[in-house]
Write a protein that binds this ligand. Sequence first.
Ligand code: PEP
Ligand code: MN
Length: 263
Amino acid sequence: LTNKKFHPSPTSVSVDGWAIGPETLTIMAGPCAVETEEQLLAIAHAVKESGAQFVRGGAYKPRTSPYSFQGLEEEGLKYMQTAKKETGLRTICEVISEDAINAAVKYVDMIQIGARNMQNFQLLKEAGKSGLPVLLKRGLAATIDEWLNAAEYIIAEGNPNVVLCERGIRTFETATRNTLDISAVPVLKEKTHLPVIVDPSHATGVYSYVPPLAKAAVACGADGLMIEVHNDPAHAMSDGPQSLTFENFRELSAELQPYVSLA
Ligand code: PEP
Ligand code: MN
């Protein structure tokens, strides 16, 4: 179902009137975690002004430590819905359980399966049944074939609306949080008809590396980007060091404008 051999032309995934695919450059931006309503609304307005079509924000956070902030859960989803009402942006949230999916369908436009759950096959099936478009991130140490098989699980449940997101993989290199596998973009473009976006924020863990890799991703054929943006990165409850300020994000968006019109 993911294989280009049986579906040669590229697929676009439609989310509330916006087509994610080769005809557009999709920008999803927002905080790692939804922290407060005020924070989310401020960020949503800022990223909208810079040209993003989606606001992202985690309400269920799959944190490495159980003692780190775990997210606002359903309350956070409600703030996402408010952000959509105020800005018109489409919304995307990560889900980590069947309960989270059942809540997400009430409040957001698209769900995300995170790297840590890429091979949570039960969750993939539930995401397939949810009827919502799904952003499927690459697992921390997943091969491209394993990743495509994960997408296959979702589509096999009757949900063809899957977008892939390269977010870096584990390597021996420690200078960046992960290593962005930029070659995944052309490899996927040859293997699958599904749209592919790139997340340089989780790939690098360092805000200053985000703009150059965002541009590299677009230059090599990515259909979009997911970028973490925060009103006050120094005090973010998660992933502050990789978050762009409003000003940084505005600059990057301006630099991407020529690609937006080419897409
Ligand atoms: C995220 O997007 O907030 C996230 C946790 O990303 P990943 O699953 O890629 O680590
Ligand atoms: Mn994050």
